[in-house]
Design a protein around this ligand. Structure first.
Ligand SMILES: O=C([O-])CC(=O)C(=O)O
Ligand SMILES: [Mg+2]
Length: 211
C-alpha cells in the first residue's frame, strides 16, 4: 500500500508539435498567446542549453518530500514532462542526479520543479532537462502523501495533466492543448519576422520599418 494517489496518465503530444516547438522558443510562443503562459520566472533550467517540450504528468508533493515523484516516473512514458508542484519549498531538494539519471534512462522528457534540486554541478552539465528554483544540499523525505495527475499549480500557473509544456533558458510556459496548433503557426510567423529583422540589422538596415 502507498499513500500516493493516482489518476489516469495523459496522452503524450503529437510528435509533429514537439518537433515544430523545438525550432521555436518560449519567447515566440509567449508573444502569440493572449493569456500570459509563463510560470514564475525563477523556475529556470540547471543547464542553460536545455530545451524541454512535452505533455505534463503532474505530481503534487508535500514540503520537501518526493515519494510521489518516484511513483510518477514509472507511470510516465517517453514524451512526458514531470511537473512537480512542490510549493516553492526552500529547505529541501526534491530530486537530484540519481532521479534525473533514472528519468533519462526511462526516456522521459525532463523535470519542472516548483522547488529546489541538488547535485547541481552534475545537473548543470547534463543534457537531460531539469528546471527548478535553485539548489540546496539537503535531500528529500520519502514519506508521501502525494497525488499524481490531478490539476496542480506550478510556478503560479495551473497545469492540467496533458498540457503542453515548453521550457528553455528564458523559463517555462504552459498551454492548454486547444491553443497549441494556432500558437505554433503564429509563433512560426513571428520567428520568420525576427529572422528577417536580424538579417536587416546585420546588413545595416537597423531602424525597424514600423518606427
Ligand atoms: O535522494 C534523492 O531522492 C534525491 C537525490 O539526491 C537524487 O536523486 O540523486
Ligand atoms: Mg543525489
Amino acid at each position: 500500500m502507498t499513500n500516493v494517489e493516482f489518476k489516469p496518465v495523459p496522452d503524450v503530444l503529437p510528435e509533429e508539435w514537439v518537433q515544430r516547438a523545438k525550432k521555436l522558443s518560449t519567447t515566440l510562443l509567449s508573444d502569440v498567446v493572449d493569456t500570459p503562459p509563463e510560470m514564475d520566472y525563477r523556475i529556470k533550467p540547471c543547464n542553460i542549453n536545455s530545451v524541454i517540450v512535452g505533455s505534463a504528468v503532474t505530481v503534487d508533493v508535500n514540503d520537501g518530500d518526493n515519494l510521489a515523484v518516484h511513483h510518477a516516473m514509472y507511470q510516465a512514458q517517453p514524451g512526458h514532462v514531470l511537473v512537480v508542484s512542490a510549493g516553492g519549498y526552500e529547505k529541501r531538494a526534491v530530486i537530484g542526479e540519481l532521479m534525473a539519471s533514472a528519468a533519462e534512462a526511462l526516456n522521459l522528457s525532463g523535470f519542472i520543479i516548483d522547488g529546489l534540486i541538488r547535485d547541481y554541478h552534475t545537473l548543470a552539465q547534463s543534457t537531460f532537462p531539469v528546471f527548478s528554483r535553485g539548489a540546496i544540499p539537503g535531500g528529500p523525505t520519502k514519506n508521501g502523501p502525494g497525488m499524481i495527475n490531478a490539476s496542480v499549480f506550478c510556478g503560479g500557473k495551473e497545469v492540467v495533466p496533458g498540457d503542453f509544456i515548453m521550457g528553455d533558458a528564458d523559463g517555462v510556459i504552459v498551454l492548454p492543448r486547444h491553443k497549441v496548433e494556432d500558437a505554433l503557426t503564429r509563433a512560426e510567423e513571428k520567428g520568420a519576422y525576427e529572422q528577417k529583422r536580424l538579417k536587416d540589422i546585420s546588413e545595416g538596415q537597423i531602424k525597424p520599418s514600423w518606427l
